[in-house]
Design a protein around this ligand. Sequence first.
Ligand code: PLP
Length: 485
Amino acid sequence: MFAVEVQRSFTYIAGVFKMSLLFVKVANLISIDRTNKKLLQTLVSLCQKCNDSSTRMASHDTSQQGRITDYNYFFNTKARRRMPSILRELLKKPLPPQGITFGVGVPNVQTFPFQEISVKLKNGSSYKIDGKDLEVALQYLPSLGYPPLLKQLQDLQDKIHGPQDWTKQSLMVTSGSSEAMAAVFDMILTHGDPIIIAIPLYSGVAEMLRPYNPQYIGLEQDKDGVQPHQLRRLLEERVQEDKPLPKLMYINPTACNPTGRNLSLQRRKELYKIASEYNFLILEDDPYYFLSLMEEDTASLLSMDVEGRVIRAESFSKILSSGLRVGFVTGPSPLIRQIELHIQVSTLHTAGVPQVIVSKLLKSWDHEGYLQHIEQVKKFYRERRDLMVAACNRYLKDVAEWNVPTGGMFLWVKVPVLKDTWSLAIKHCMEKHLIVVPGHPFTAGLTPPQYNYIRLSYSLASPEQMDKGVKLLAEIIQEAVKNGN
Ligand SMILES: Cc1ncc(COP(=O)(O)O)c(C=O)c1O
């Protein structure tokens, strides 16, 4: 009731201001005395300021230049309310050897039963985590992550995405990129806010977003990803219709899940330009960056970020281990700090043992060794992709369409001979013990309910299974066409 009254009062005041605009015009016409005119002009300028600071127009700042200095506009009320956790902050600084602590309530590692963790790699080499390293791995860590790993990851970012200014940028370890992304949505979105997404999009993110009930600004994808001109048109329409502008775009630019295609460099540049013009942040979800099969890796949005508007979520899930749950997020320090504050009071930090395992692995490999490992992983997925595409060419050509994936582990298949693929995937394929995913979870509800895409992953099936499975899929599709479903 009170809120409604407040809103009414504001509407009334705005109305009065608007009336004053009219008065000035009239005053100019009939040239009333100077003092009164000044008073009215003050009212007008107040009125204009009031309009400028309204939520709708604040975001349409086409004069953005240089680095963003104040991120408050992007934070929701929840994020603005967060405060550092004093105990977590205390844990950040290492205690000098002569120091005495009666401080934070951490358990004593002497009571822990573990003596040593030994890690043996498939290439025959091995390393141990013991002594002080093991104590650190088993103890509570700072929320940002295991310090040696943070340093290694920063060095990696500098090498791969160009030197970052670590006085303005930060990096933190998260439990997979999922944790980082959930924290980003949590700090920016409020129920019903607009957000830019690609259609189709990673179903995990679609489900993260669902509880916010966002107004989706959905961008269709062709073989080179989303089309910036469509985004520009949609944003222009929103300005004309006086609709709130988005503060965030979510994009999965490399080997997009589920399309398997890369967003072209030209389009990345164009999207960044639009982000700058319309003042929104970009959440770059790039877990398949190292699984790109293009001749050259496409420059990340992080690497082109001069204004501090890219938050890059990454992961070791696809190249080292998904179960270790080690990911990391890089971006402007104020934004990473907000994620840190969130994690200080949720998971506290990513599990220590996996962080130390990854850190020691990277140390033993060095940068070159790491890149060599990535080349092997790429080779594996390239072979799998080629086999899967060959199997599809053999059996599916008459009933389905697809683009050859430029990386990752998915083939996004359209089945034009069917209107909808839900029962194909969920019923008919399942009955024959063939698992394919229907396209529907990747749409965020933005496509018509009848949707005829399926996603095929070529990560796990053996070459023989691929041949057998795709042949079976073609038969099931043909059967469904015959039966009219
Ligand atoms: C596009 C995309 N983003 C994020 C994730 C989650 O990765 P993580 O294991 O790092 O949380 C996945 C996992 O499949 C994914 O496909």
